[in-house]
Design a protein around this ligand. Structure first.
Ligand code: SF4
Length: 247
């Protein structure tokens, strides 16, 4: 028998179809991609990233060779602060080139291998945190983005939660989202971690389907419960119904 989370994901896949990640899966390119749109929506990031790739190239050497003014002009249609975002792209490229041997994926892989070697003596979690810290030192990369990068680049099957849609698993399993985003993120990650196999495929699928549901129906400001296919599973809706019965 399928668990509640598995039933939810099945229903979401029947509703929206299989989902695919927007953008690249190389860690360095994912960071560049996320910084090519501001605010970082998929469509805007894709537009800026494609322009950059086409006109300049995204490799660290290419980004460092071009002027900041040209970078700002290229990404202007996809960001609200072109000069700031151009500087961020320069900073990302410079850090990878100068501090991370020009190869972020290899650096992260080295940290992950270290984590695996230490697994069993209680240090794996610590090493994973250290790997996330490397990512979090890049502009605009917080805990949710660092976990997304590790999950989709195939480095660690973390139960990452789509950062703008943490409310979706919270509503389904807990009820009303809390006032503390970081606490809700941790709670949502725990829900996914305990309910999903520790495989990249299962966790990537869950991430993408929950994100799609947040974009289409379970919207942050006003969820469209009247058209939602998950009403039978939703703790938030059940709590609301119980409240209105009690009135
Ligand atoms: S019933 Fe409403 S709150 Fe629950 S998952 Fe659906 S849209 Fe979100």
């Amino acid at each position: 028998m399928l668990s509640k989370l598995e039933q939810i994901l099945e229903t979401l896949e029947e509703t929206y179809g299989p989902q695919k990640l927007a953008g690249p899966t190389d860690p360095y390119e994912m960071i560049v991609f996320l910084n090519c749109g501001y605010p970082a929506r998929d469509g805007k990031c894709a537009k800026g990233f494609e322009a950059l790739k086409r006109e300049v190239g995204v490799q660290p050497n290419k980004l460092l060779a071009v002027s900041k003014t040209k970078l700002a002009k290229l990404i202007r249609p996809s960001v609200i602060l072109p000069a700031v975002c151009a500087q961020r792209l320069k900073d990302i490229a410079r850090r990878v080139k100068n501090d991370l041997d020009g190869d972020l994926a290899a650096t992260l892989q080295k940290r992950m291998d270290e984590a695996k070697r230490k697994a069993g003596n209680g240090s794996a979690e610590k090493s994973l945190r250290a790997t996330k810290r490397v990512l979090r030192e890049f502009p605009t990369i917080g805990e949710p983005s660092a976990e997304k990068i590790l999950l989709f680049s195939g480095l660690a099957p973390i139960a990452a939660v789509p950062s703008a849609f943490v409310d979706v698993p919270i509503r389904l399993f807990v009820g009303e989202p809390g006032k503390n985003y970081a606490a809700d993120y941790v709670a949502a990650r725990e829900i996914l971690d305990s309910g999903l196999p520790k495989t990249f495929g299962a966790r990537q699928r869950a991430y993408l389907l929950l994100k799609k549901h947040g974009q289409e129906i379970c919207k942050r400001s006003k969820p469209k419960c009247e058209v939602c296919p998950l009403t039978a599973h939703c703790a938030y809706l059940q709590a609301k119904a119980a409240d209105s019965n009690a009135e």
